[in-house]
Design a protein around this ligand. Structure first.
Ligand code: PGA
Length: 249
């Protein structure tokens, strides 16, 4: 069975609640699609108004982060149950900005992935190498380590429903998209890793996105690769261009 493409915007720390509603309204006619799953991953404070703004459309709302504990004394954190209650369907886990700036390690991310599934959220698990690691020739070893450690204890049935985003750090926000060949090679490697960890059916089902400076000009080539099932889009998700990326064909 062919995997359905999924294009997710990662708004990062952009858009106040009123700006977020305005953007969601503007994008509405542009991101309409029968073929592609569309997600806006938005700042926590924008979740409630954006869920309201996209009601009745093909757009699902995602969070950019969450905490793994059920509830309690974790000042400033947001739980999976809070996200679900607010109407969130997806959650980005382990974005390189969280890993680098906020020192989130794979043991923590594994707990977050587990909690997301437990709560009924679909994780968009990010992985990706730095330029230094790529130049050392250890890209795939690094990615395999991330995937394996972030998925400890996660079942095949869960993996089948999740999304993995391959985002080379050197391509994020730099305007330097990975070549189609580079992106396909790593996404294929991730699928092979899942096949080894689980089985062929799980590898066939899991959706793998590419992210890193995706734009209207590169989306079609990237998303038509056999192992790339869509994209995680930062900068270009904040403008009308996102509609062209969703309707990349
Ligand atoms: P970018 O960000 O598209 O602006 O490179 C992608 C991401 O960080 O998810």
């Amino acid at each position: 069975m062919a995997r359905r493409k999924i294009v997710a915007g990662n708004w990062k720390m952009n858009m106040t609640p009123s700006e977020a509603v305005k953007l969601a309204e503007e994008l509405k006619p542009l991101v309409a699609s029968e073929e592609v799953d569309v997600v806006y991953c938005v700042p926590a404070i924008d979740i409630i108004p954006v869920v309201e703004a996209v009601k009745g459309t093909n757009v699902a709302v995602g969070a950019e982060n969450m905490y793994f504990e059920e509830k309690g004394a974790y000042t400033g954190e947001i739980s999976a149950a809070m996200l679900v209650d607010a109407g969130v369907k997806y959650v980005i886990i382990g974005h390189s900005e969280r890993r680098d700036y906020f020192k989130e390690d794979d043991a923590l991310l594994n707990k977050k992935v587990k909690k997301a599934f437990e709560a009924g959220l679909t994780p968009i698990l990010c992985c990706g190498e730095s330029l230094e690691l790529r130049e050392m020739g250890v890209t795939m070893d690094w990615i395999r380590f991330q995937i394996k450690s972030d998925l400890v204890g996660i079942t095949a049935d869960q993996v089948k429903t999740m999304v993995i985003a391959y985002e080379p750090i050197w391509a994020i926000g730099t305007g330097k998209t990975a070549t189609t060949e580079q992106a396909q090679e790593v996404c294929k490697g991730i699928r092979e890793c899942i096949a080894e960890m689980y089985d062929a059916a799980t590898a066939e089902a899991v959706r793998i996105q590419y992210g890193g400076s995706v734009n209207a000009g590169t989306a079609a080539d990237l998303f038509s690769q056999p192992d790339i099932d869509g994209g995680l889009v930062g900068g270009a998700s904040l403008k009308a261009e996102f509609g062209q990326i969703v309707n990349y064909k």
